[in-house]
Design a protein around this ligand. Structure first.
Ligand code: GDP
Ligand code: IMO
Ligand code: MG
Length: 428
């Protein structure tokens, strides 16, 4: 069987957790392949909201194997808290969670490096989640990092000490001192806990499963516009957030890739710094933030809000080979009489384009909008696509025509149940 992959097409927080949870029952394995505790994936069902950071969103189904792949950077302290929260809610994840021995370890000193590096950037800061993501991936690529498998080695403590010494020097270079405080003890306790779990060679596990006809869903974190190569560099995260990242982050060959679900909001949001061509800095932006409860699942920061941006969606669809689209949070736009869609950009040269320029400095791009009638109907009680208002169907058809990919899921509320499946439309 193939590996299907779900990828965020914008700047993250598209609703990946919700849709992975909805799709999960038809899969045998759900796997995370990149990112780490910078992610915050929200799931809502039976009146309860859950936020996952490192644990895959298939964890609430006991029969599904959940894998933290080699491409992930894992913080043992955050992980332990996540496991405890699940336990408190009656979910024992110890039997259906598998962690790659090749996943990278986030040390307490990585988090300090993240903060120190952001402080040094001053007004040019990335707006990192300060979870240690950048420094941990730097160590991985620099070939000095530590991996989950190392916690089983006799010289684990030695290797840890050596790496922390490196970090100490870097922190001192920035004119600060490395004070790990209670974090170090919490780290070692969490590592002890990790040793009791299923630490595996997940590349073998997943490839065996595929050979045996099992279905695998890979759960992306962040979004395509935060990809380290193709995102709005340098205001990106430090991993490959695209479909290609699932190959290296799980050890799956490209020929095994099946469906690619591209997930996006009916509008657009971003947390942290960096360009955002359709950002609304006015009361309309505030209205969307309020209606959509657009505050970060990981850091609680208010999310920047704007209209949907088709040039950037086309770009993400191209890079990922998206086969079906999932449109999220359309219910949030119910209050608007008209809804704007950015179809093209006007560049300073006067050129009109639907492609992303090499560097998208928001000041240099003027979004060109088409305005569509709003639907003005509460969507979250609607249970069938046949009951959807015409204006809403027209909105989806408009997007499908521009993007040339069918919208197969329309999400109209945070709950698992507020999910409408659509036939693959024939796109003209
Ligand atoms: P992720 O990081 O892509 O998993 O997304 P987040 O969980 O960070 O952010 C999505 C937010 O929108 C969460 O609070 C979800 O509960 C919520 N959400 C998801 N789908 C819908 C929807 O269709 N309508 C509304 N109103 N909220 C939704
Ligand atoms: P999910 O999986 C939204 C953003 C940060 C910052 C930039 C770099 O929930 O969609 P990092 O901590 O990775 O070094 O921060 O990336 N960012 C996210 N924004 N959703 C996320 O994850 C994000 N993970 C990182 O805000 O701008
Ligand atoms: Mg999120």
């Amino acid at each position: 069987m193939a590996v299907d992959i779900l990828i965020g097409l914008q700047w993250g927080d598209e609703g990946k957790g919700k849709i992975v949870d909805v799709l999960a029952p038809t899969y045998d394995i759900v796997a995370r392949f990149q990112g780490g505790p910078n992610a915050g994936h929200t799931l809502e069902f039976e009146g309860t909201k859950h936020v996952l950071h490192q644990i895959p969103s298939g964890i609430f189904h006991a029969h599904i194997q959940n894998v933290i792949g080699n491409g992930v950077v894992l913080d043992p302290i955050v992980f332990r808290t996540e496991m405890q929260k699940l336990q408190d809610r009656g979910v024992d994840a110890t039997q259906n969670l598998f962690i790659s021995k090749k996943a990278s370890l986030i040390l307490p000193s990585h988090k300090i490096l993240d903060r120190v590096s952001e402080e040094a950037l001053g007004s040019g800061k990335i707006g990192s989640t300060l979870k240690g993501i950048g420094p941990t991936y730097q160590d991985k690529i620099g070939r000095v990092g530590m991996r989950i498998g190392d916690i089983l080695a006799d010289d684990f403590q030695d290797r840890y000490n050596k790496l922390v010494e490196r970090h100490r020097k870097t922190v001192e270079f920035y004119g600060q001192s490395l004070d790990l405080g209670e974090q170090e003890q919490a780290f070692f306790e969490a590592v002890d806990y990790l040793r009791t779990l299923k630490l595996v060679d997940s590349e073998y596990m997943i490839n065996e499963a595929l050979k045996n006809g099992k279905r695998v869903l890979a759960e992306g974190a962040q979004g395509s516009l935060l990809d380290v190569d193709f995102g709005t560099y340098p205001f990106v995260t430090s991993s490959t957030t695209l479909v290609a990242g699932a190959c290296t982050g799980l050890g799956v060959a490209p020929r095994h890739i099946g469906e690619v679900y591209g997930i996006f909001k009916a509008y657009c949001t971003r947390v942290g710094s960096g360009p955002f061509p359709t950002e609304l800095l006015d009361e309309v932006g505030d209205q969307i933030r309020k209606a959509g409860n657009e505050f970060g699942s990981t850091t609680g920061r208010p999310r920047r809000c704007g209209w949907v941006d088709l040039p950037s969606l086309k770009y993400s669809i191209m890079l990922n080979g998206v086969t079906q689209l999932n449109m999220m949070k359309a219910d949030v736009l119910t209050e608007f009489d008209t809804i704007k869609v950015c179809t093209h950009y006007k560049l300073v040269s006067g050129e009109i384009t639907d492609q992303l320029p090499h560097s998208i400095d928001t000041g240099d791009i003027e979004p060109i909008y088409e305005e569509l009638p709003g639907w003005k109907v509460e969507l979250n009680q609607i249970e069938s696509v046949d009951a959807l208002p015409e204006a809403f169907n027209n909105y989806m058809s408009f997007l499908e025509e521009h993007l040339q990919v069918p919208i197969t899921i329309a999400s109209v509320g945070p709950d698992r149940k507020s999910t409408l499946r659509r036939e693959r439309a024939r796109i003209s």
